[in-house]
Design a binder for this molecule. Sequence first.
Ligand SMILES: CC(C)(COP(=O)(O)OP(=O)(O)OC[C@H]1O[C@@H](n2cnc3c(N)ncnc32)[C@H](O)[C@@H]1OP(=O)(O)O)[C@@H](O)C(=O)NCCC(=O)NCCS
Length: 150
Amino acid sequence: MTVTFEITPITPADLPRLMELERASFSDPWSESAMAATLEIPVVRALAARSAGMLVGFVIAYLIPPEGEIADICVAPEARGTGVGSLLMRTLMEHSDCTQFYLEVRASNLPAQKLYEKLGFQRIGLRKGYYDRPREDAVLMAWELAEGNG
Ligand SMILES: CC(C)(COP(=O)(O)OP(=O)(O)OC[C@H]1O[C@@H](n2cnc3c(N)ncnc32)[C@H](O)[C@@H]1OP(=O)(O)O)[C@@H](O)C(=O)NCCC(=O)NCCS
């Protein structure tokens, strides 16, 4: 059976489900107040992937053309490995006026690094001790619009 996903903007009513996915996915999840406040920021773009009406993934980014910063991406554990993360990232990036994107990712988070590399992101640095719970370095990655990355 082919599962199809619809990409739509996140609304305030999605907040409880965002927090559910956030807590199921991260050892240091955003707080609900930080999430709610971030969604209110005018330059923030927040997209959800929905399957049969159920929110199964989301991405949150700051878009300040020509630069974008991926702040958060998360897919429900049972929906991972089916292309949701790639679809969210591609949709966000293609429907922005940004020609460069940046993000940080835990050094141990190889699935996420693989996803970003597949999309054309490259490692450009390391932020020592960037994360808490547990303390860990962040790999800084960047993407630039170029032939083959469009
Ligand atoms: C990282 C994450 C968003 C990926 O979402 P996803 O929907 O599973 O990703 P996709 O199915 O689109 O996979 C895209 C590519 O990512 C890589 N990838 C995804 N899961 C992987 C895994 N478990 N191991 C290795 N590579 C993996 C593969 O290269 C894959 O391409 P392929 O299917 O052609 O091999 C998801 O695993 C997740 O929500 N993780 C927890 C939250 C998180 O770590 N977010 C990132 C914070 S920086």
